[in-house]
Design a protein around this ligand. Structure first.
Ligand code: ARG
Ligand code: ZN
Length: 881
């Protein structure tokens, strides 16, 4: 393992390489423990570069087994090799030269899952961000692009399949029992997009005809026998390809597009050129084993990785500080895809929920960083919600500022101007400025200033003048390394609604730019006066969540209820319902802490139940409305001195009151929302299931017995209903006989299917209360658990730490101590996974003092351990700072 060197990388230090890489020719002789890699690299010195400069190539845990210079063995006086670098001196002033580098690597021993490793008997690679340097010495940075030829030699019996990027050149036998295959990728690419897969897999094949009439072969490789479970992924891929042509004018650019599903994978998936590698949970689905959420995730991840072909691969990042250039933009693209394929408002609600529950705590805690950071110690720790999801929000705001056409022009210019290049956020933003003529200087602060801006609004109506005055103030909190902030350019989608529910169009607006229903907040404070407003308006601010901000706007329950009924933007309706719910949940948490009875405000309960029963609203929307803010949402809103038990108790009491008040409505919905005639994963059917299942949640809450959930469990004919019923049983009635029976039945039925067993682990890891820790410890001893598999670890330990506030945060601090032990154990094997799970501690400072002390001790225990990886050291030190 690479232990920490303490080295910090600064954006300001960026320099182009001294040497230009012309071509890469790789030969792999695959062996589980001794794979030989021969890399032939042709370079020339960059014109203008220092003629005495040596070439320094990156390595990570490498040993050099041979080095030729222009095919002749190089004298040891001319180079130095360490596990981390290879330096070669006395190189030609301008003539091209060739280095042939041989390394021997051990895929079987590669437990970090970076570089070339083994999973389920196959060879596979993960190179982003800096995994290629674990394969061979190389200028392993995204601004070094070259065409790659790859030759793979392996045992024929065990590895009938030999895959790499680009187009297949040919293959043949290669001595006794062996064969080889050659691949050529004509599109110059950085090393992080390299991929190799070898082994024995089943395949699903299809074709796609591009808009210009080229046929592309599509192949999805999965374990033998699992081919039928790849059908939905294939369907999603074809829809993604068509959508990118239609919406962004982007056509696929090779003859073949391949996806390989593997079971040991550190992240979701990887966009290697022409050869995506996926965590199998984002490929495999059928009604018996996958939930609606699984189907939706598959669609999203397939689209995301496919869209990277243009936003990431054809145009890549100059350096890793620019990660949001490809990730923020590609998340935006996949969100738009889903919005077009499914329901736009429901997708927006889901995305905003996710942003608020995952990115807001990051932005408001010790790990906060700008969308485009300027320093890092370990780049793997910057694949964050901020870079991805806030990065997408920033892209979305550009689209809001420029309008649909302006945004399209900017994107077209970006593709035209930068195809084949490795570029920066400044290059990206410039395209939108040039295409629209709009100055985006202030707007660009969104890339550079961390923290979630708080906008405080207050309004007053002057009936005599017929004008409405809106005062706005913005403040971005201090974040690590950024103590004071400039005011941002915040596009607020805003509309006024009259007493009859109709929209009021003001005759003019003073004090702020207001066009296309978007108000531009640019000052620290700003007052906008809306003229020609004939009656007191109800104002809707930040409709569709046009800006990723916290909004403080004191609106009466009556006004919020008005918006919940009349807003034409359904996202804003959901927001109004949430704004009605929140004060109740916050008060409930405080009352529960103080031992007072919890009571709920009637307007809220009535409005919520009315929305649930409103047949003019789509079921998926109604299900979103019924899913109240989570315990961690409440903790975030409370902001400090948090007691997870009180938050839980308060929220449960509110749920019970809603359940009691709406019992008949929920019973009606439960009966009415049944889907008939076979399972279909489409959004509409999924919406019916979602609403029916949330009705079931409330009914169980009202009845306080497991009977109905158990009946639902027994009757379920798909995984969505089955796992939902099991969750109610386990989370609400953990000690009941029904729950033990159901858990055992579920385990026995799906013991062979690891992805479904992950749900079994997840559900149990999330059972609230102090017993959770013992349960999790017990499950870690279960033969179905496998410590080395990232999906298993995330399902059990990850869910416990991220999604079980009362269990993980039990008052005696045992949950935090347990996590510390786990982190240290995982770190020895897989630092990236350890660091990721450790981010579950990011909000420790907002706990009440006793728990916060326990959390700090656990963090210190990690910090003091010997031989921490760079990944974990970076996270633990920032978390404690
Ligand atoms: N580029 C991949 C994706 O967005 C993720 C790679 C994550 N890499 C990492 N080192 N965490 O889809
Ligand atoms: Zn991505």
């Amino acid at each position: 393992m690479r232990t920490d060197t303490g080295q910090v990388i600064h954006l300001a230090d960026y320099r182009p390489t001294d040497f230009v890489l012309e071509r890469v020719d790789l030969t792999f002789e695959l062996d589980p423990t001794e794979t030989k890699v021969e890399a032939r690299l042709i370079f020339h010195r960059r014109p203008g570069a220092d003629i005495t400069a040596p070439i320094v190539l990156d390595g990570d845990e490498l040993t050099l087994a041979g080095l030729l210079f222009d095919q002749v063995e190089l004298d040891p006086s001319r180079y130095d090799a360490t596990p981390e670098s290879l330096t070669v001196r006395d190189l030609p002033e301008s003539a091209p030269f060739e280095l042939t580098i041989t390394t021997i690597i051990n895929p079987e021993a590669n437990t970090q899952l970076m570089g070339l490793y083994r999973t389920g008997g196959i060879y596979c690679t993960q190179c982003e961000a800096e995994g290629f340097r674990r394969i061979t010495y190389f200028p392993d940075r995204p601004d070094v692009l070259a065409p790659f030829t790859v030759n793979i030699i392996a045992d024929k019996d065990t590895n009938p399949l030999l895959l790499s990027n680009g187009n297949f050149l040919g293959g043949a036998g290669y001595g006794p029992g062996k064969h080889f295959a050659a691949w050529f990728d004509p599109h110059p690419k950085p090393s992080y997009l390299f991929a190799l897969v070898a082994g024995d897999l089943g395949v699903v094949e299809d074709t796609f005809t591009t808009v210009s009439g080229r046929d592309v072969v599509l192949k999805i490789y999965v374990e033998h026998g699992k081919e039928p479970r790849a059908a939905y992924a294939m369907d999603a891929l074809k829809r993604s390809m068509a959508w990118d042509e239609e919406r962004f004018g982007r056509e696929y650019d090779l003859d073949i597009f391949m996806i390989v599903a593997v079971s040991d994978f550190n992240m979701g998936a990887m966009e290697n050129k022409g050869l995506n590698v996926f965590n199998d949970r984002y490929i495999l689905a059928d009604p018996e084993t996958a939930t609606d959420a699984d189907y939706a995730n598959i669609e999203t991840v397939i689209a995301h990785e496919y869209f990277h072909n243009w936003t990431g691969n054809r145009i890549t990042c100059r350096d890793w500080f620019q990660l949001c250039l490809k990730e923020g933009l590609t998340v935006f693209r996949d969100q738009e895809f889903t919005s077009d394929q499914r329901s736009r408002p429901v997708k927006r609600i889901a995305d905003v929920r996710h942003l608020k529950s995952e990115q807001f705590p990051e932005d408001g805690g010790p790990l906060a960083h700008p969308v485009r950071p300027t320093t890092y110690r370990e780049i793997n720790n910057f694949y964050t919600r901020t870079v991805y999801e806030k990065g997408s929000e920033v892209t979305r705001m550009i689209a809001t500022l420029l309008g649909r056409d302006g945004f399209k022009k900017g994107m077209d210019l970006y593709f035209d101007r930068h195809d084949g290049q490795a570029v920066t956020i400044e290059d990206f933003v410039k395209c939108f400025e040039d295409a629209s003529g709009r100055d985006l200087t202030q707007f660009s602060l969104w890339y550079h200033q961390a923290g979630t801006p708080l906008v405080t609004a207050s309004g007053s109506y002057d009936p005599a003048a017929g004008s409405f005055t809106l005062s706005l103030e913005q403040m971005t909190p201090a974040t690590p390394g950024q103590s004071s902030k400039e005011p941002m350019h915040i596009p607020l989608s805003l509309a006024l609604f009259g007493e009859n529910g109709g929209k009021i169009a003001p005759s003019s607006v003073e004090g702020a730019e207001y066009a296309g229903e978007v108000l531009h907040l640019t000052g620290r404070t700003q007052t906008a006066v809306f003229h020609g407003v004939g009656s007191r308006p109800v104002v809707s601010i930040n409709r569709s969540f046009s800006a990723p901000i916290n909004l403080h706007f004191d609106q009466s329950p009556a006004d919020l209820a008005h918006l919940a009924r009349h807003e034409t933007d359904h996202f804003a309706r959901w927001q109004a319902l949430t704004d009605l719910a929140l004060p109740n949940l916050l008060k409930a948490a405080r009352d529960a802490r103080d031992g007072k009875p919890v009571a709920c405000e009637p307007t809220f309960v009535e409005t919520l139940i009315a929305a649930a029963a409103d047949e003019s609203l789509e079921p998926a929307f109604r299900a979103q409305a019924l899913a109240l803010p989570s315990e961690s949402d409440i903790a975030r809103e409370l902001g400090g001195n948090n007691d997870p038990d009180a938050i839980h108790a308060g929220r449960q009491a509110i749920l019970k009151q809603i359940a009691d008040a709406g019992k008949n409505v929920f019973a009606g919905l439960y009966a009415a929302m049944a889907t008939s005639g076979g399972f279909s994963p489409d959004a509409k059917s999924a919406g019916l299931r979602a609403l029916r299942n949330s009705a079931l949640t409330y009914l169980a809450q009202a009845e306080q017995t497991p009977a109905r959930a158990k009946a639902a469990f027994d009757a379920a004919d798909n995984m969505t209903d089955l796992s939902h019923a099991l969750t109610i049983l386990a989370h609400r009635f953990p000690d009941s006989a029904e729950t033990s029976q159901a858990l055992a039945a579920f385990r026995d039925r799906f013991a062979e299917n690891a992805l479904v067993i992950d749900k079994w682990f997840t559900i149990q890891a999330g059972i609230p209360g102090a017993q959770a820790l013992d349960r999790v410890r017990g499950l870690m001893e279960n033969p179905l658990f496998k410590r080395t598999n990232p999906n298993r670890m995330r399902a059990l330990v990850g869910t416990f730490a991220f999604a079980n506030p009362t269990g993980f945060g039990r008052a005696d601090g045992e949950g935090y101590r347990f996590l510390a032990g786990q982190i240290l154990e995982i770190d020895g094997r897989n630092p990236q996974l350890a660091a990721r799970i450790l981010t579950s501690m990011r909000s420790w400072r907002s706990l009440e003092p006793t728990r916060a002390d326990h959390a700090r001790s656990a963090l210190i225990e990690i910090e003091r351990a010997p031989d921490l990886s760079t990944d974990v050291r970076d996270i633990v030190e920032r978390t404690l700072k």
